[in-house]
Each structure stands twice: as structure tokens, then as C-alpha cells.
Design a protein around this ligand. Structure first.
Ligand SMILES: [Zn+2]
Ligand SMILES: [Zn+2]
Length: 259
């Protein structure tokens, strides 16, 4: 079992990170992908401490759409920043999380699109997978991945919150889908419908911690150990054994992000 998306370098874990990682290892998890935004200097600094804690932790580099406004005048600078972290840390396995968030709209949409496009180009150039964040922006996300990626972009739609239609379009593009604790939320019927149709060799699991604690922990700080609740919920939806889902999602993670 592997948590394919955890913000372990978030401030929320500063006080007890070693205990959080120890609980993950006790589950046992076989790995964690720690998401890092190089434009957040505090987070990037904390990330080296996270990676030193356990040799099964890998990391990413990408400017989040929420932070795209700072790069509105020079979107390529976001890709250059992400690239500098790639070059500096051999444990970086993906460009992300990058994408579009039209739900919160924390940055102007034109800036989000330009910053996302530049980082799709980086991922293709460096032959790395993308960790894609998309919210209420299905059409633009698919169009940019197809256009900028030129058929060579691959990766994962993380914390999948769309329905069956977006799931099919992402799968058609060759992408994987990663599911979080959202699959256990009462109102997430459309997400469960999507989770049921994804082929077993294209599915990943994640916590997106410290956010999105699954039922029955909703509203508390989430952590990687709880990816086991996501696996259980997903297995239930798909009518598969939790062991099958745990093994397949771990194998898919390794294939996508390399060991
Ligand atoms: Zn996200
Ligand atoms: Zn995230």
C-alpha cells in the first residue's frame, strides 16, 4: 500500500512528523509521495527533513494552480523553478501538483493555464509523469494536456473528484486516476461511479493529507496511515478484496513513478 499524494512538508506536520511516518510504516505502507511546491520556500526547506526520515519517501516538484498569480507575467519562470528542484534532488519523481482550479479561483484563470502549460512542457521534456490537480476545469485541463503534451504527457489525475465522463476522458489520454477519502463521503456518488469503472491497472490511492480525512476520521488532520481506509472504501465500491486493491495500486504507483 502506497500513499501517492501527501503534503508531508506542510506546516501541519511540523511538530510530530516522525510519529506520523512511524504510523505509516506500521500499517505497513511501502512508500509515500511527498508533494512539494518549489515556489513555497518554507515547504521546500521542510521537504529535505521529510525525505531524510524514511528512504521509501519520494517527492515531486511543481507550482500549484493556487500560486500561479505570482507567475502571471512570466509563466516560464514557474517551470524553471520546478526544473531547478528536479535537477537538485534525485528523489523527485514527478512534475506536480500542477493544473487548474476554477473552484477556488485563487489565481486568474489565464495565469493558471499559462503556468500549467509551461509545466506540462517541462514534464514532457524531462520524461516525467505529471501529478494533475483539476477542479471545475475539466475541458481546459483535458485540452491543455492534449495540446501541450502532444500525446506524450502521462501521469495521474490526483484526488479525483469528477464523474464518469471525466474519468473516461482522462483514461483515453493514457492517464491514471488517484482516489482519496472523498470516495467515502456520503455525497460523492459521482466519484464512486468513476471509481467503479477505472481498470485495475490504472488506479492509485492517496490521502492528500493533511486534508480530506476519510470517514470515520472526517474533519481531523489526515495522515498517510489512513490510506488504508481509502483502500477499504475503494475495494467495497469495486467489489474487490482490499488486498487486491492495495497490491494493484502499489504496482501502478511503481510503474508510473519508478521505484
Ligand atoms: Zn490537489
Ligand atoms: Zn495536494
Amino acid at each position: 500500500m502506497i500513499d501517492s499524494h501527501a503534503h508531508l512538508a506542510d506546516q501541519a506536520f511540523e511538530g510530530d512528523l516522525d510519529a506520523v511516518v512511524a504510523r505509516a510504516r506500521a500499517v505497513p505502507l511501502a512508500g509515500i509521495l511527498c508533494i512539494v511546491d518549489p515556489s513555497d520556500e518554507d515547504e521546500a526547506r521542510r521537504a529535505s527533513g521529510v525525505l531524510a526520515l524514511w528512504d521509501a519517501i519520494r517527492t515531486t516538484s511543481g507550482v500549484h494552480p493556487h500560486r500561479a498569480a505570482a507567475f502571471a507575467a512570466a509563466p516560464d519562470a514557474a517551470a524553471q523553478l520546478a526544473d531547478a528542484r528536479l535537477a537538485a534532488d534525485p528523489l523527485v519523481r514527478a512534475v506536480g501538483e500542477v493544473g487548474l482550479d476554477y473552484h477556488y479561483d485563487f489565481a486568474p484563470r489565464a495565469a493558471q493555464r499559462a503556468v500549467f502549460a509551461a509545466q506540462i512542457g517541462l514534464a514532457v521534456d524531462r520524461r516525467l509523469p505529471l501529478v494533475v490537480h483539476t477542479r471545475d476545469a475539466d475541458d481546459d485541463t483535458i485540452a491543455l494536456l492534449r495540446g501541450e503534451g502532444g500525446g506524450r504527457a502521462r501521469g495521474v489525475f490526483h484526488c479525483f473528484s469528477g464523474g464518469a465522463d471525466l474519468a473516461r476522458r482522462a483514461l483515453d489520454l493514457g492517464f491514471h486516476l488517484s482516489f482519496s477519502g472523498i470516495v467515502s463521503f456520503p455525497k460523492a456518488g459521482a466519484v464512486r461511479e468513476a471509481a467503479a469503472l477505472v481498470p485495475l491497472d490504472r488506479i492509485l490511492v492517496e490521502t492528500d493529507c493533511p486534508y480530506l480525512a476519510p470517514v470515520p476520521h472526517r474533519g481531523t488532520r489526515n495522515e498517510p496511515a489512513r490510506v488504508r481506509d481509502v483502500v477499504r472504501a475503494l475495494a467495497d465500491i469495486r467489489g474487490e478484496d482490499p488486498e487486491t486493491v492495495a497490491a494493484a495500486t502499489a504496482a501502478n504507483y511503481r510503474e508510473l513513478f519508478a521505484p
